[in-house]
Design a protein around this ligand. Structure first.
Ligand SMILES: Nc1ncnc2c1ncn2[C@@H]1O[C@H](COP(=O)(O)OP(=O)(O)OP(=O)(O)O)[C@@H](O)[C@H]1O
Ligand SMILES: [Mg+2]
Length: 411
């Protein structure tokens, strides 16, 4: 749940303190829905109060809003409320060996629960869950926690991580998610572990497609949801490398009443945030498309959006590589060497051109996520065709493809 920068913009969006929210009734041990009520503030509606004041799509009729065969938006979060005791026993007392990772919100632990009742289970039995525990020093944590509950608790889509429930007891704030066995895309791209096979080109495109589907779902819902924190660490992977977007702490409802943008405090992550958003605080659905373009570049190059360890002039990936994206030869020089030979040059240049379009300075010039998705599917098809004709392999596991390629090169 990321908050790597935040400066006030404009004063009308001043966050409310945690004390201005009423605590939801706790019904520990049962699946329940929650609806927070926010006290009104002269500072205007906060990020949270917009969501809390009704359903995510701003109406109160019916329960399903999204005309998608795969996704739906519920009127209210449908989440289990956990006691802190449940959390502690599911995560084995938050012992270090259950630690999965740590972000701006706090630590994430592995836990075990009964699949049907979601009650704590013995380690190794039932299903695994990921339990995110708010760090008491996190200043923005409470708002992000609420936003996560209100957005993710109502959204259901194969490319969004499933939030199972939450715990709010005294000062303790926790969130319980489905467990994503392959961790984050960030870990795969940047934390080089000799024991883990690098993601193949095919798997990278599959991940990009899944993440694009998740964003397209958010953007195309009747009342658009702007995600605002699209980055490699927020793309989690299931056992088959299906991508799911996580962390809705910064999500916002899209513009209403014919407006083209929402004005907010500028929050997000350096390197991924769109230039117009940083400069003016104007947030568009297309601001997410910019973040997608940055991640697509990271996927292709395995280089971080921002890296102060790179020589000056190369630290900001977008600024540095933009001039290389239209030239096949120059592009080859910045592509991740670990996947060389796994993609056709045509597919690579098309992916580079797509990221360029996403990175247009003028948000209106950027494609919609639906268009991005279509382009990625076309790129995926090129890959399959060229593999079929050249090597007569198409849908094998990435590791097998890589092995074959190595053998072919050796001979
Ligand atoms: N549902 C999950 N299943 C498995 N691992 C998870 C899950 N959620 C988070 N993790 C692990 O915990 C790590 C920390 O996640 P978290 O979202 O708190 O921070 P982050 O995304 O790395 O940074 P940020 O605070 O900027 O979002 C992730 O990198 C991932 O490895
Ligand atoms: Mg995260």
């Amino acid at each position: 749940m990321g908050l790597c920068f935040s400066f006030l913009f404009p004063p009308s969006a001043t966050p409310q303190s945690s004390s201005s929210f009423n605590k939801p009734p706790l019904s520990s041990g049962s699946t329940s829905t929650i609806g927070f009520s926010a006290t009104t503030s002269s500072a205007g509606r906060s990020q949270f109060s917009e969501v809390a004041s009704g359903s995510i799509d701003g109406t109160n009729e019916g329960s399903l809003r999204f005309p998608s065969p795969n996704g739906q938006i519920l009127d209210r979060p449908n989440l289990k409320v956990f006691s802190f005791g449940d959390m502690k026993s599911a995560a084995r007392g938050f012992k270090p060996d259950t630690l999965l990772g740590e972000g701006g919100f706090g630590k994430v632990y592995k836990g075990w629960m009964d699949e049907k009742t979601l009650t704590p289970a013995k380690a190794g039995s039932g299903i695994m869950v990921a339990i995110k525990k708010l760090n008491s020093e996190s200043t923005q944590g409470f708002q992000e926690w609420q936003s996560e509950v209100n957005f993710l608790g109502r959204l259901s889509h194969p490319n969004l991580v499933k939030l199972l429930g939450y715990c709010w007891e005294d000062e303790e704030l926790l969130l319980v998610y489905e467990f994503m066995p392959k961790g984050s895309l960030e870990n795969h791209l940047f934390r080089r572990n000799p024991n883990i096979e690098p993601l193949s080109w095919n798997t990278r495109i599959k991940i990009a497609i899944g993440a694009a589907r998740g964003l397209a779902f958010l953007h195309d819902s009747e009342k658009q949801v702007i995600y605002r924190d699209f980055k490699a660490s927020n793309i989690l992977l299931d056992g088959s490398y299906n991508a799911k977007i996580s962390d809705f702490g910064l999500a916002k409802l899209g513009p209403s009443g014919g407006q083209s943008h929402v004005t907010t405090r500028v929050m997000g992550t350096y390197g991924y945030a769109a230039p117009e958003y940083i400069a003016t605080g104007h947030l568009y659905v297309k601001s997410d498309v910019y973040g997608f373009g940055v991640v697509l570049l990271e996927i292709m190059t395995a280089m971080r959006a921002l890296d102060t360890k790179r020589p000056s002039g190369q630290q900001n990936l977008v600024e540095w590589v933009k001039p290389f994206l239209s030239n096949k030869k120059k592009l080859k020089g910045i592509m991740d060497a670990r996947i060389e030979g796994q993609y056709s040059p045509k597919a690579a240049i098309q992916a580079a051109q797509l990221s360029l379009k996403c990175l247009e300075n003028d948000p209106k010039q950027r494609p919609s996520m639906k268009e991005v998705l279509e382009s990625l599917e076309a790129i995926e098809a090129i890959q399959v065709k060229s593999k079929e004709s050249k090597n007569n392999i198409s849908h094998q596991a990435p590791v097998v493809q890589a092995a074959r390629h190595q053998r072919a090169v050796k001979v």
